[in-house]
Design a protein around this ligand. Structure first.
Ligand code: C2E
Ligand code: CA
Ligand code: CA
Length: 665
């Protein structure tokens, strides 16, 4: 070795932080001549050699497979560009199997050729995490992809017939992809599932046409076993795309799948599924029962009749099922019917008790209803919302413009959260008269919201959104307080002992603290529980009669009066009249509308109510004619625009005489 070379080597070694005494083996290999040109002490022992002279004599050609030589020649080109290569390599000096982690770089010989400078750390000195699985497998193939040679780890690991390239791959399409890539003279690099003697394993594959082969192009295939790491990654990925409770895809998993369906541009249908009455089950029977219902639904969605679709849990009790149009055997409608039927089979708890839940479905189609995931989901969701509104347990197809309703809802929800804190909520009071005695009987407190962003929001819309986003109890507790304070003022200023009716949502009504809350609130300002009447809309009371009757009894026991609102519009009217300890029944406005044309209907309702010894009240009285007719039938408690509109408290405080002056109207 010339002194200049020695100096260069010394510099290189010191740059690498190694010296002859270290365990790191260092040698220079003359690729073209199949000979070691120089080696340090550690390298001598790695190569099982007593002296440098002996090692330099060795001819490596007979033991170098074509694949390895091709690889080295390829590396030579890389070294020319100043690149380095690191990998695990196996050696068999004097028949002893060894492996080492090698860092290879180029070393310029005197004659200008590039040799290989190898820095090797024996595997047994290396941390576990670089385990021998990172051994490189090398194989070469000719231009026709015929197998030429492989290094020992390749021969050892890849089974006999699998030498031929296509049979190495478990997924044959990978081979086609690879072929196309190398034909373009590009490097193919990917994680691929390979058929090995140990079974299928994940390998990192790097395939390129060797650069130095001028005559016949050769294909050089390098493989690293990355099985453990890859499996770990895949498990993580699965977790990130799977819903743990049901095993279905989660929102993210669904998103990815739909994106890839969109890429293929096939037509598909989205079914957005929502359970009706699920929240109540969760609240009253606990999460275990709730979870079980969700699992049952997931099982039904993956049932063999629906296996062609893709099922996902979208969050909470919302699921999405997607199917390509080409996979629908009958029609989209028929499929929707079958899905609704399947998902609405009874649900049971662990003890076999039936649970009161059902499912509603909204449907959107690609490409008709949207060209991206978010729009399609939003539209299926708005159709689902309508399905619920139309009475649940049914499916509804998306129709253009449906989602504007949802958009409005989310805007209302957004501002409703601040409405309470910002004191944007108000109450208006509508008088209820006893027309026979020409007296005010009571007032009904009605919610008003003047939002700076939305303007006046109708009360039923505010209430529906508040129920949906879970702030209804808070709002109604405020209503109770405000109405009670105003009632006190009304009484003090007018000297009339009227009472106050407030509307309570079905959700709030089953809250066990409601009765005592009203009682305590009234007591703290010197009123009695009986000064308040809670109005309960009949249609709000359909999900769980037993629970509602219990709640009604509890509220009645605390001394608060109950009245049934909008009577005649729900479909279990009679059941409620018998079971709920109400004192007043408010006949719905729709009957008042028809009283002039046909009084028989409202008359029979009135008789039904009085037979049950309950007090009838009629809503929506808009004309004096209606009022007189109703009085003639015997309905004396009347409320309506024709008798008095809902007004702010100030109106009554400023002109108390208005309240009495009924006949003057
Ligand atoms: P509701 O309890 O049936 O209240 C009567 C509704 O009919 C009120 O509408 C009232 O302004 C209106 N009304 C009164 N007389 C007439 C009439 O002669 N003709 C017509 N066409 N309408 C009349 P509003 O204030 O818009 O309230 C709508 C619904 O919102 C209420 O219906 C009630 O169910 C609900 N609501 C209002 N405030 C609350 C509340 O604090 N909590 C709950 N849960 N619901 C409330
Ligand atoms: Ca009412
Ligand atoms: Ca009503």
């Amino acid at each position: 070795m010339k002194s200049k070379q020695k100096k260069e080597l010394a510099e290189k070694k010191s740059a690498l932080g190694i010296s002859d005494d270290l365990l790191t083996a260092l040698w220079i290999y003359d690729i073209d001549k199949y000979q070691i040109f120089w080696a340090n002490k550690a390298a001598l022992s790695l190569w099982e050699s007593d002296s440098l002279a002996e090692l330099k004599q060795r001819d490596f050609k007979p033991n170098t497979s074509l694949a390895v030589q091709e690889t080295l020649l390829d590396y030579q080109q890389k070294f020319l560009q100043g690149e380095t290569v690191s990998m695990f390599w196996r050696y068999s000096p004097k028949g002893i199997q060894k492996e080492a982690f090698c860092q290879m770089s180029g070393y310029k010989m005197d004659d200008g050729r590039i040799a290989l400078l190898c820095e090797a750390i024996p595997s047994d000195l290396i941390d576990e995490k670089f385990n021998s699985n990172s051994i490189i497998l090398l194989a070469t193939y000719d231009a026709q992809m015929e197998f030429l040679s492989g290094n020992p780890p390749f021969v050892e690991l890849i089974s006999g017939e699998s030498h031929q390239l296509p049979s190495v791959f478990i997924d044959k399409t990978v081979f086609l992809r690879l072929k196309r890539t190398v034909e373009r003279d590009e490097v193919f690099e990917d994680d691929v599932l390979i058929s090995t003697k140990q079974g299928p394993r994940w390998h990192r594959l790097i395939v390129n046409r060797t650069k130095q082969a001028h005559d016949n192009a050769r294909l050089l295939v390098q493989q690293f076993d990355i099985n453990e790491r890859k499996l770990g990654e895949l498990a993580l990925k699965k977790d990130a795309t799977t819903d743990l409770l049901t095993g279905l895809l989660n929102r993210r998993g669904l998103y990815k799948n739909i994106e890839s369906i969109l890429e293929q541009d096939s037509r598909f249908v989205i079914y957005y599924i929502d359970l009706d009455g699920f929240k109540m089950i969760n609240d009253s029977y606990g999460h275990n029962v709730g979870d079980q219902i969700l699992q049952t639904l997931a099982n039904r969605l993956t049932d063999k009749h629906f296996e062609k679709g893709l099922a996902a849990r979208f969050g909470g009790d919302e699921f999405v099922w997607v199917i390509r149009e080409e996979d629908i055997e009958d029609s989209q409608q028929e499929l929707a019917n079958r899905l609704i039927k399947k998902l609405n089979q009874p649900y049971f708890d662990k003890e076999g008790h039936p649970m009161l839940v059902s499912a509603s479905i909204g449907i959107s189609l690609y490409p008709q209803d949207g060209d991206n995931f978010n729009d399609l989901i939003l539209r299926a969701d708005s159709a689902m919302y309508l399905a619920k509104k139309q009475g649940k347990r049914r499916w509804v197809n998306y129709i253009k413009g449906m989602e504007s309703h949802l958009k409005r809802q989310s805007r209302v929800a957004q501002y409703l959260f601040r409405a309470l804190a910002h004191k944007e909520l108000l109450l208006h009071y509508q008088p209820i008269f006893n027309v026979r005695e020409n007296q005010v009987h009571s007032f009904e407190a009605l919610l008003r919201w003047n939002s700076p962003q939305l303007g006046w929001v109708p009360a039923d819309e505010t209430v529906a959104v508040a129920e949906r986003v879970g702030v209804i109890n808070e709002i109604e507790n405020w209503v109770i307080q405000q109405a009670a304070q105003d009632l006190l003022m009304l009484r003090q200023l007018t000297g009339v002992k009227v009472s106050m009716a407030i509307n309570i949502s079905g959700i709030h009504f089953v809250d066990p603290h409601l009765g005592s809350y009203i009682k305590d609130t009234l007591k703290s300002i010197g009123l009695k529980a009986g000064d308040i009447t809670v109005e309960l809309t009949e249609s709000a009371l359909l999900s769980d009669i037993d629970n509602e009757v219990t709640s009604a009894n509890r509220i009645a026991e605390s001394g608060v009066n109950l009245s049934i609102d909008d009577f005649g519009t729900g479909y279990s009217s009679l059941a409620y009249l018998h079971k709920i300890p109400a004192s007043i029944v408010k006949i719905d406005r729709s009957f008042t509308e028809r009283v002039v044309a046909d009084p028989t209907m409202i008359t029979s309702i009135f008789n039904l109510i009085t037979n049950l010894k309950l007090c009838a009240l009629v809503e929506g009285v808009e004309t004096l004619e209606q009022s007189r007719l109703l009085e003639k039938i015997g309905i004396n408690l009347q409320q309506g625009y024709g008798l008095g509109r809902p007004k702010p408290i100030e109106y009554y405080l400023n002109s108390p005489s208005e309240i009495f002056d009924l006949k003057a109207k």
